[in-house]
Design a protein around this ligand. Structure first.
Ligand SMILES: [Zn+2]
Length: 408
């Protein structure tokens, strides 16, 4: 009985994702759809048509990916996990090594299966729209670095997990505590240690811009003066800027692709990032994720004990019981995605609002947004329910409307 319920939940998750993506694609690319009034001055009919084609192409890749991932997951649930458990048990008696091999193989198989799609979306789709600047060489070295990084980061974490699972019935709060501490650790170490493995970070050279950014920092009571330019252009033409790190690793990172924007727009975008900082969005998100992880691991713990005692699946080791329980709970929790995104969208409005106040006018944030929308071929008319479900940022139209209201 539980077995059937399990399969239904896992399938429903993918099915709902497929419905949303297909529906959104049809809705947004509908010939009757129009350029939103607020964007008409910057977006031409030609840009609009191009953004629709881009949406169609990227959605098709997403749909194929969901179907492939669902098929693989179902094969693993029905046959793969019990088989893998027997396989790794033959290799070694150590439960921790078994667990590492088990998770490692599962991850590797998923990685290999989705790799062709990643290559296709980078070198065919992104290339077609002029976004991709990555060479084959960069792609391969990125892939290898990622592989090593995953092993270095996750092997200790997973060893700890398997160990706690095998000695403690009530492992949920310990695991969630470790995961959140790990997240904090990553935020601290990522900018100084990992990001430089993939990109070059050079201090901002433009003295005039630097002066203006520092003034903005001062106005926003932001104590850090490290400003780096990242060579994002070796992978993509898309633009971005972000604040990252904790304590000594704190810094502002500007993509080199954004530097040809008018100065005021760059400042407005930085103002937005400073808004996230001043409004304490990062610690708030950390608390939310702690609550989320704790409930997720608590529920996983309940299901874990249930399938262990009821022998629902043909497995008995802690790591394989865990993966079943974990898959089941994450499929259920997928249905609360809209709540988390609702909170994030609220934060985005707050940051936009802050930027407009800091610069004294919403004008530059609005023109910056319009430029990003145009150059990144953003979807101009997302399906409302798709927006509610998946958008961590409000749509450009909504953001501009809200900012214009503020200017009045
Ligand atoms: Zn933001």
């Amino acid at each position: 009985m539980f077995y059937i319920l399990f399969l239904i939940v896992v399938i429903l998750e993918s099915l709902w994702d497929l419905v949303l993506n297909t529906w959104n694609m049809q809705y947004s690319t509908n010939p009757a759809s129009k350029i939103p009034e607020v964007l008409k001055d910057k977006i031409s009919q030609k840009d609009f048509e191009k953004s629709k084609r881009y949406l169609k192409d990227t959605t098709q890749v997403k749909i194929v990916k969901t179907i492939i991932t669902l098929t693989t997951t179902l094969i693993f649930i029905i046959w793969g996990f019990p088989y893998l458990e027997k396989l790794v048990s033959r290799f070694t008696n150590s439960i921790i090594l078994q667990g590492l091999l088990f998770f490692g193989l599962y991850w590797l198989i998923n990685f290999i299966i989705t790799l062709p799609l990643k290559i296709y979306s980078t070198f065919v789709i992104e290339e077609k729209y002029g976004f991709n600047t990555m060479t084959g060489k960069t792609f391969i070295s990125d892939t290898i670095k990622n592989l090593i990084l995953y092993i270095v980061l996750f092997a200790p974490l997973l060893s700890l997990l398997v160990w706690v699972l095998s000695i403690d019935q009530n492992w949920w709060w310990k695991v969630s505590l470790v995961v959140v501490l790990f997240q904090v650790f990553l935020t601290w170490i990522f900018p100084i240690f990992f990001a430089p493995l993939f990109n070059k970070f050079t201090p901002l050279e433009d003295e005039q811009l630097k002066k203006k950014i520092n003034k903005l920092f001062k106005d926003a009571n932001f104590k850090v003066s490290k400003i780096f330019v990242m060579d994002a252009s070796k992978r993509t033409k898309k633009q971005n800027a972000y604040l990252t790190g904790i304590g000594k690793s704190r810094r502002l990172v500007l993509y080199d692709t954004i530097l040809n924007y008018p100065e005021e727009e760059i400042l407005a975008i930085i103002g937005h990032e400073l808004g996230h900082n001043t409004k304490k969005h990062i610690p708030k998100l950390l608390i939310i994720s702690f609550i989320f992880y704790t409930s997720m691991f608590y529920l996983t713990n309940v299901v874990y004990n249930f399938i262990k005692n009821q022998h629902v699946f043909d497995v008995s080791k802690p790591y394989s019981l865990f993966i079943y329980a974990f898959l089941f709970i994450t499929s259920i929790l997928y249905f609360i995605t809209p709540i988390l995104n609702y909170l994030q969208r609220k934060f985005e409005y707050e940051a936009d609002n802050y930027s407009a106040k800091l610069l004294g006018t919403p004008e530059y944030m609005i023109s910056g947004l319009k430029r990003i929308v145009k150059e990144n071929l953003s979807n101009l008319n997302p399906l409302p329910i798709y927006k509610i479900w998946y958008y961590s940022h409000p749509s450009p139209e909504e953001r501009i409307k809200k900012l214009s209201e503020q200017g009045k």
